[in-house]
Design a protein around this ligand. Structure first.
Ligand code: 0RQ
Length: 504
C-alpha cells in the first residue's frame, strides 16, 4: 500500500467503494476515467449501481450524467445501464446494455468528436462536474498522480470537478510511471498558443496528473485488470482489405507522395482496423511512427517487431494476451510509447502538422463517398464517432475501411445514400473493402460513384448500384450529385422491412 499511496493525507482517506460511492448523489454530473476498456474505475461505479438499485427498490429514482474518455467496460457502463442509472452519457460507448438503453430512447447520448470533449467542459458548454472518479496507478508524496493505462480526459476531470474520488489499482504495473506526457500549457482562446509538438514521440508535458489534494474526498483501493475483449483473428476479408491498403501505400511511396517511412499512422477501433495493422507487419516497412488514440494488439506487434519506432496514443487497449506481453516487456515499451490526454492525441493542429494517415473502419459509405461510422439503418447507435472525425478531416490522407457486406451478405456497405453522415465526402480520400480500393482524390461526384461501385461494392450489389446511378443521372433534380430522392434510402427501408437489402 505504501508504495502506491505515498501521500499520508490521502492515505488517510482510504475507504471502501460503497462509502466512496455515497459521495455521489442523484442528478450529479460524474466524470469518470476510461478509454476503450482501459483505465476505467473498477469498484466505485459498481457500488454506485448497487445504491441506485436500492433507491429504486424503494420507489425512488437515482440517475446521474456520466462523462468519460471513451468506451469503458461492463463494470462501469454495463453496471450503471443495467440499473437504469444513466440519464446522459458522452462521448463514446460500446457496452451492449448501454447501447440497448440508448436505442430504446432511455438514455440521452451525446456523440461528439473526442478532441472536443475536454475543451467543451473548459468552455463551460456542458455544465458542472460534481464528482470525478479517476483510476490511477499510484499517488506521489506531493499528491500528484501516476496515470493508468489511459489518460483520456482525466486532466480536465481532475481540474474541473468539485470533488475527486481516486481508485488506486494495484493490478496496474508501477512501471507505467514515466510513460505518460500530460500537457498543462493549453489555454482557452483568445490567446491560445501553438502546441510545441513536431514529432509523434515528442514529450511536451510532465509524466503525472496534478490534483488538488483538498478536493479528494475518497481513495479506494482496487486490484482488478482492465477488461478488453480479444480481437477476432484476421480473416480473409480483413487480410484482403489490408492487402489493398498496403499496395496503395507502396504506390504512394513510389510516386514520391509519401516518404519511405510513411507518415504517422492512426488506426481506429475494431477488428478491421486491428487486422490492417497485422497486414502492415509483413509489408516490409520500417522506421514508422504512430500518432493515434488507441494502441490495439496489432499496433503493439508493430512496435515490438521494430516496424514502428515510436507510438503516441491516449490509451492501451490490449486483449489479455497482448497486455501480458506488454507487461513482460514494459521497459522496452516505455521508451517507445507515449500516452497523452485525448485533447492532445486527437488535436487537429497536431494531426494536420504531422500529416497522419487516418485509417478508420466504417458502417457504410455511399456512392459519392459520404461515410456513416455510427448508425445502423440511420437510427440505431452502434458506438459513436470516437476520434475518427478528428483524424479523417485533418490527416494527410483519410482512409475508410469495411467489408463490402454485413450480416452474412444481406447488407451492402456501399449504398446509394448513407442513412447517417459522420464524415462528409470532403473528409474521405480513400475507401477500401475486400473487393478493392477507390482513390477519390480529385474526383468529381459522378467519377467518385464509378470508382466506388467498380472497386469497392460487392458483385451482388454492383448492378443495382449502377442501375441507380444511371437512372439518377436521367431523372435527378440536379446533375452534379444525381439522386432519386424517393429511392435513395429505399435499400435501408427494405432491410428494416424484410431483413435484406436485396430486392425481391
Ligand atoms: O455488428 O456485432 O451485431 O454483428 O457493426 O462491425 O464488422 O465487427 O467491424 O469491429 O471494425 O467496427 C464502424 C462499428 C466497425 C467501429 C465500427 C455491424 C456488424 C457488427 C461491428 P454485430 P465489425 P468493427 C478511433 C476511431 C467509429 C469510431 C471510430 C466504430 C458491428 O470501427 O465504432 O472510428 N467506429 N473511432 O454486423 C449494419 C452495416 C454494418 C453493420 C457493420 N453496413 N449495416 N450493420 N455492421 N457494418 C478510436 C476511438 O474513437 C476510440
Amino acid at each position: 500500500l505504501e508504495e502506491r499511496i505515498r501521500n499520508p493525507d490521502l492515505a488517510a482517506r482510504v475507504m471502501g467503494a460503497d462509502e466512496a460511492a455515497a459521495r455521489i448523489g442523484p442528478g450529479m454530473g460524474v466524470a469518470m476515467s476510461g478509454f476503450t476498456g482501459a483505465g476505467y474505475p473498477k469498484a466505485v461505479p459498481q457500488a454506485l449501481a448497487r445504491r441506485m438499485a436500492a433507491v429504486q427498490a424503494e420507489g425512488g429514482t437515482f440517475q446521474v450524467r456520466v462523462m468519460t474518455g471513451a468506451s469503458t467496460a461492463p463494470e462501469l457502463d454495463g453496471a450503471l445501464a443495467q440499473v437504469k442509472g444513466v440519464q446522459l452519457r458522452l462521448p463514446y460507448q460500446s457496452d451492449p446494455i448501454l447501447r440497448e438503453r440508448i436505442n430504446a430512447g432511455e438514455v440521452d447520448y451525446v456523440d461528439m468528436h473526442l478532441s472536443h470533449v475536454a475543451q467543451s467542459f473548459t468552455y463551460g458548454f456542458y455544465g458542472d462536474i460534481d464528482v470525478a472518479v479517476v483510476e490511477v496507478a499510484g499517488i506521489l508524496p506531493d499528491g500528484r498522480l501516476i496515470p493508468s493505462t489511459s489518460i483520456g480526459n482525466n486532466k480536465t476531470w481532475l481540474d474541473r470537478a468539485d470533488r475527486v474520488i481516486l481508485e488506486v489499482n494495484r493490478a496496474l504495473p508501477l512501471e507505467l510511471d514515466g510513460m505518460h506526457d500530460v500537457y498543462y500549457g493549453t489555454q482557452p482562446p483568445p490567446g491560445r498558443t501553438p502546441l510545441p509538438l513536431v514529432e509523434a514521440g515528442d514529450r511536451i508535458g510532465e509524466p503525472w496528473l496534478r490534483c488538488d489534494p483538498a478536493k479528494v474526498v475518497a481513495v479506494v483501493e482496487t486490484d482488478a485488470p482492465d477488461r478488453n475483449s480479444p480481437f477476432a483473428p484476421p480473416d480473409a476479408t480483413s487480410q484482403a482489405i489490408a492487402g489493398h491498403l498496403v499496395e496503395f501505400l507502396r504506390h504512394e511511396v513510389a510516386k514520391g507522395r509519401l516518404p519511405k517511412t510513411l507518415l504517422p499512422l492512426q488506426s481506429g477501433v475494431g477488428n478491421t482496423a486491428n487486422a490492417v495493422m497485422y497486414g502492415l507487419a509483413d509489408a516490409g516497412f520500417s522506421g514508422l511512427s504512430a500518432f493515434t488514440e488507441v494502441l490495439q494488439d496489432g499496433m503493439l506487434d508493430l512496435v515490438q517487431g521494430g516496424v514502428i519506432d515510436v507510438a503516441s496514443a491516449t490509451a492501451l487497449s490490449f486483449s489479455p494476451d497482448a497486455l501480458a506481453r506488454f507487461r513482460d516487456n514494459i521497459d522496452f515499451f516505455r521508451s517507445r510509447i507515449v500516452l497523452r490526454s485525448q485533447g492532445i492525441s486527437n488535436h487537429p493542429e497536431l494531426i494536420r502538422r504531422l500529416g497522419c494517415l487516418a485509417m478508420n473502419a466504417m458502417i457504410e459509405a455511399d456512392i459519392y463517398g459520404n461515410v456513416n461510422s455510427t448508425h445502423i439503418m440511420g437510427s440505431k447507435m452502434q458506438n459513436g464517432i470516437g476520434g475518427s472525425g478528428d483524424f479523417a478531416r485533418n490527416g494527410y490522407l483519410s482512409f475508410f475501411l469495411s467489408p463490402s457486406t454485413a450480416k452474412r451478405g444481406a447488407i451492402s456497405a456501399i449504398v446509394p445514400m448513407v442513412s447517417h453522415v459522420d464524415h462528409t465526402e470532403h473528409d474521405v480520400a480513400v475507401i477500401v473493402t475486400e473487393q478493392g480500393l477507390a482513390d477519390l482524390r480529385g474526383l468529381a461526384p459522378r467519377q467518385r460513384a464509378k470508382a466506388i461501385i467498380a472497386n469497392c461494392a460487392h458483385p451482388d450489389f454492383r448492378d443495382a448500384l449502377t442501375d441507380y446511378t444511371e437512372r439518377a443521372w436521367r431523372a435527378s433534380f440536379g446533375r452534379h450529385t444525381p439522386h432519386l430522392l424517393d429511392e435513395a434510402l429505399s435499400w435501408h427501408q427494405r432491410f428494416v422491412e424484410t431483413g435484406n437489402m436485396r430486392p425481391g
